[in-house]
Design a protein around this ligand. Structure first.
Ligand SMILES: [Zn+2]
Length: 305
């Protein structure tokens, strides 16, 4: 567990799920009270709690726990975390809320899709319904001293995905809406598992870019400058993947061949290929799930090109 101060009022806790560094971030916002953005999975909640302790956060002072969406690596730990935070309310997209109250279906589906990775993340615990705020676009949550979270509905990665705009730092907690950012290589790579919606994801990226953020706070992983440009180049990268997928489908190529051609054509991916292939989780999610999501979209809806 590492804690880093990244803005005047914002701290990053590397929750180091399964000992993997620089992969899943939780953000702590300090105003008069505290907000937490993203919990990471259930299995690394002990690390997040150590981070809160290190920051001298009193459990009673945490007003909000906001999650971008309910996938296990983002909101899987909410139920476990809440047991330690007596006054905190959970902010989640209204379509995700029922799955936090009753996570059984989410857990079964996660095991099917993620296989062993689901076990690494751990089984989510239920969240009491009266502690959930079913959020809609435009809601604002204030923790004092000018620190706020404004809900921006950014669907596409999932049908229940939210980002959060933070005006004091002019930054956006973008969840999985802007991909996975690998700071070591200064590249982003798609996180687009089925049932990914390219058309909706591109509209979400425009919506975020229109806010003209100075910085992005990626859940995977960390703070990055040049926010608007990154949102735009991520959109271009998604379109490139869709173009390659369309060509591959026309030639009846198998998934492995389509992956090889994406790597050959995507400069960002090429730069970080070795790192991703050696990564215990990204090797599966990028080269299988993300490619599958794009191919699935193109099969159903075309490449938009
Ligand atoms: Zn994720």
């Amino acid at each position: 567990m590492h804690v880093t101060k990244i803005e005047k009022n914002i701290y990053l806790v590397d929750v180091e799920t399964a000992g993997i560094e620089n992969f899943i971030a939780s953000y702590i916002l300090k105003g008069e009270t505290i907000a937490i953005v993203e919990t990471g999975p259930a299995s690394s909640i002990p690390n997040l709690l150590s981070g809160l302790e290190k920051l001298n956060v009193r459990p009673d002072d945490v007003a909000y726990v906001a999650v971008s969406h309910i996938h296990l690596d983002h909101g899987g730990g909410v139920g476990t975390l809440l047991k330690h935070l007596p006054k905190a309310k959970v902010i989640v997209h209204h379509r995700g809320a029922p799955h936090l109250v009753n996570p059984e279906k989410l857990w079964q589906q996660s095991k099917q899709v993620l296989k062993g990775i689901a076990e690494i993340y751990g089984m989510p615990e239920p969240v009491p319904e009266d502690r959930i705020i079913a959020a809609v676009d435009g809601m604002v949550f204030d923790v004092g001293n000018g620190v706020q979270l404004k809900v921006i509905e950014t669907l596409g990665h999932a049908s229940h995905h939210l980002s959060y705009y933070e005006p004091l730092s002019n930054g956006i907690f973008c969840g999985d809406a802007a991909g996975v950012y690998l700071s070591e290589f200064d590249v982003h790579v798609p996180t687009t598992p089925p049932p990914f919606r390219l058309d909706i994801a591109l509209a979400s990226l425009d919506k975020l870019a229109n806010l003209k953020p100075r910085v992005l706070y990626y859940s995977h992983f960390g703070k990055a400058s040049d926010g608007v440009r990154k949102l735009q180049t991520y959109g271009e990268q998604l379109k490139l993947w869709a173009k390659v997928a369309k060509q591959g489908l026309e030639k009846r190529e198998n998934l492995g061949t389509i992956v090889d051609r994406i790597v050959a054509e995507d400069e960002f991916l090429k730069k970080a290929e070795g790192y991703i292939r050696a990564h215990p989780i990204l090797s599966h999610t990028v080269f299988n799930e993300s490619v599958l999501g794009i191919v699935d979209f193109v099969e159903k809806h075309g490449s938009l090109l």
